[in-house]
Design a protein around this ligand. Sequence first.
Ligand code: BG6
Ligand code: MG
Length: 216
Amino acid sequence: MMDLKGCIFDLDGVIVDTARYHYLAWRRLANELGFDFSEEQNEALKGVSRMASLDILLAAGNIEKDDEEKILLATRKNNWYVDYITQMNPSEILPGSIDLLLKLRKEGILIAVGSASKNAGVILDRIGLTGLFDAVIDGYSVTRAKPNPEVFLKGAEQLGLNPVNCIVFEDAVAGVKAAHAAGMKCVGIGEQENLSEAEIIVPNLAGITIEQLRKL
Ligand code: BG6
Ligand code: MG
């Protein structure tokens, strides 16, 4: 049994399906650059920072760009992405999320967002969850991207908790690695084949019980 005091949630692909919008925007950029980009290739981008994602995408298309062009390309992608997320509403919160967040709060377990995204604040506003979390760590708060544990260590620190008392919820391979590097257990959200390193893997947050989490 672990002494569970805090839960840190990745945002994109865990609480909302913005991973889909990231993919559509990256694929559009790839297509403009003259190549296709599959969902399978996109797995490597999940959880990874915007500029690191662009590097992976360009490598997939065998394309080299200088730093100035890269900034323009990343901005193009982000503008398309922002078009998607500004149209979001609370109906896009993934199944089971609100229920679990409220249950945790009721039990006195602190909750935080640990996201690599600089758009996390906008998304939380659009889906009406700003203010529900005890701490929000986003792409502006960290300098080292997942799989570096910085985002989750900062999350625990802002909650005032020891990392061993925290559990992370992640849909990205890089995020599961970051959780473990932070000394935290991790619930993988998604497919077994991608997330086999996580302690448990579930399709979404629906049905997860606090008892089950304490047993991790
Ligand atoms: C992560 C996503 O949450 O945020 C990545 O999984 C994304 O796909 C990263 O690249 C950075 O997001 P943003 O919104 O700052 O470009
Ligand atoms: Mg994610």
